[in-house]
Design a protein around this ligand. Structure first.
Ligand code: F6P
Length: 518
């Protein structure tokens, strides 16, 4: 069963939203607070350790009700069921989308359930053995470093999470080789001791040129510094292609599978997350999966009005399709979450950067937004000026944690005071006139507040799953296919052509640049 195919702009709620937008777009968020009784009650939602306040948005209660209506008119409930039950919702690649099964306890299909259990048990065994010093290097020394060789979904999630949860580190140091830049790889290798380093080659296809070239380079370096025989102790492969890694010299027991039904950008919950489990330990990895599973249940079962991924998706659609905002900023007041915007860029932009709808028509409305961001307070001293006084309207998610990880409560208070100050300042502004006009700040700038008790593996799992489901809801309502990436595939195939045939098929200007590169 496929997702329903309903053009959102043909729905009654959409026309009503357009009318409402024309009537209300000059209003100030403060007007809504004044005129709407219990606004906060309606515009907040909580789940376990997460509290989401989306009241500081240019959305009236009436607009919100219409957005909820839009969910119903576009069959969101039915589509969510198909997302979880393994329907072939990635129609253009003829696949189901079941990364949620990687963290689920009761999978409907026993086959899938077995595969998930086996992979999880392999992840646990490998990470426990490395951390307990049972799995050692060829010379008997304890493993100290683990290097993930992979790109895109085979890199961004694992890197973001190992950094975000580095407080929970069990001692093994993570490194990442993703880009095909030889200088970076060689520079990293210079600093590594091959006797105490494990390499994980992560590629769903095992054909991605960046990953394979880097893996070959690392293999060569390893053989030169150690020997060919020891590859079996130091190399692990994570792939859907279980044959090619064997040719590379990797033993079957060190090959972990990525099922066909897991998309690269949503794959960190399974074997792609091996480096995460090694770094934070298998117990913490379990908690990370549990957090995601709990968020999935919330998403599946909560009425739309209080369903966190749904309301965040609706806020996004409102600004993207009615206010015509082009971007969304992700601003975590936590330095460990520095890589969250990069991760969400791929998850969201590779998913919803589409312009053909599910019926094969070119869309005449906006789809995926540009995701960007940084950490607070650093971002305050970089680009917040434009958010406060510039001409662009930038919807933003402000993420903060109530408790610090260590015990410096006082400094943490300064961090959270800044977080609160910014959402407040964006909303309130500071009205000036006359010779102080340059200091005028209109306010009325939107933000979502996402407040989480503490940065734990469990809460991070919930946060990531929340964004994954938000991405799904946006794609579902906007009637696009969120789980393919044909645009990226085009670039890959042209690069291959250039490497095989030179400039013969290039356009005039690219061909000129080609000459200069020679
Ligand atoms: O960037 C395109 C893409 O296909 C992503 O979807 C994927 O995560 C990445 O390339 C890496 O692919 P693979 O895991 O097959 O090497």
């Amino acid at each position: 069963m496929s997702l329903s195919k309903k053009n959102p702009t043909n729905q009654k709620s959409w026309s009503s939203l357009e009318k409402l937008y024309n009537q209300e777009n000059n209003l100030h968020i403060n007007d809504y607070f004044k005129s709407e009784k219990n606004r906060l009650e309606k515009f907040t939602a909580s789940f376990d350790d997460l509290y989401v306040d989306f009241s500081k948005n240019r959305i009236s209660k009436e607009a919100f009700d219409l957005l909820i209506e839009l969910c119903k008119e576009t069959d969101l409930k039915e589509n969510i069921d198909k997302y979880f039950n393994g329907s072939t919702i990635n129609e253009t690649e003829n696949r189901s989308v079941l990364h949620t099964a990687l963290r689920s306890k009761n999978n409907d299909s026993t086959e899938i359930s077995e595969e998930v259990k086996n992979t999880l048990s392999k992840i646990r065994t490998i990470s426990d053995e490395i951390n307990n010093g049972v799995r050692v290097g060829h010379s008997g020394e304890k493993i100290e470093n683990v290097v993930n060789i992979g790109i895109g979904g085979s890199h961004l999630g694992p890197e973001m999470v190992t950094e975000a949860l580095s407080f929970y580190s069990q001692g093994i140091k993570p490194y990442f080789i993703s880009n095909i830049d030889p200088d970076y790889t060689e520079n990293l290798l210079k600093s590594l001791n091959p006797d105490t380093t494990i390499f994980i080659i992560v590629s769903k296809t095992f054909t991605t040129i960046e990953t394979l070239e880097n893996a070959r380079k690392v293999r060569k370096w390893f053989v030169k510094n150690v020997n060919e025989e020891s590859i079996k102790n130091h190399f692990i492969a994570v792939s859907n292609n279980t044959e090619d890694p064997k040719e590379f010299g990797i033993e079957s027991k060190n090959i972990l599978s990525i099922p066909e039904w897991v998309g690269g950008r949503f794959s960190l919950w399974g074997s792609v997350g091996l480096i995460i489990s090694i770094c934070i330990g298998s117990k913490n990895f379990d908690d990370f999966l549990s957090g995601a599973r709990e968020m999935d249940l919330h998403f599946k079962e909560t009425p739309f009005e209080k369903n966190i991924p749904v309301v965040l998706a609706l806020v996004s659609i409102w600004y993207n399709n009615f206010y015509k905002c082009e971007t969304e900023a992700i601003l975590a007041y936590n330095q460990f979450l520095g890589k969250l915007p990069d991760y969400l860029q791929q998850a969201s932009m590779e998913s919803n950067g589409k312009s053909i709808d599910r019926e094969g028509n070119k869309v005449d409305y906006q789809t995926g937004t540009i995701i960007w961001g940084s950490t607070g307070t650093n971002a305050q001293h970089a680009f917040f000026q434009l958010m406060h006084q510039g001409t662009k309207l930038i919807p933003a998610d402000f993420i903060a944690f109530k408790e610090p990880l260590f015990d410096d409560i006082e400094q943490h208070k300064i961090l959270t005071a800044n977080f609160l100050a910014q959402t407040n300042a964006l909303l309130a502004g500071n009205i000036k006139s006359g010779n102080e006009i340059q200091k005028n700040i209109d306010g009325n700038k939107p933000s979502n507040t996402i407040l989480i008790n503490k940065l734990t593996p469990n809460n991070l799992g919930s946060l990531i799953a929340m964004y994954e489901s938000k991405i799904f809801v946006v794609g579902s309502i906007l009637n696009i296919y969120s789980f393919d990436q044909w645009g990226v595939e085009l670039g890959k195939s042209i690069a291959k052509q250039i490497l095989n045939n030179g400039k013969s098929k290039l356009d005039e200007s690219s061909s000129k640049t080609y000459d200069r590169l020679q």
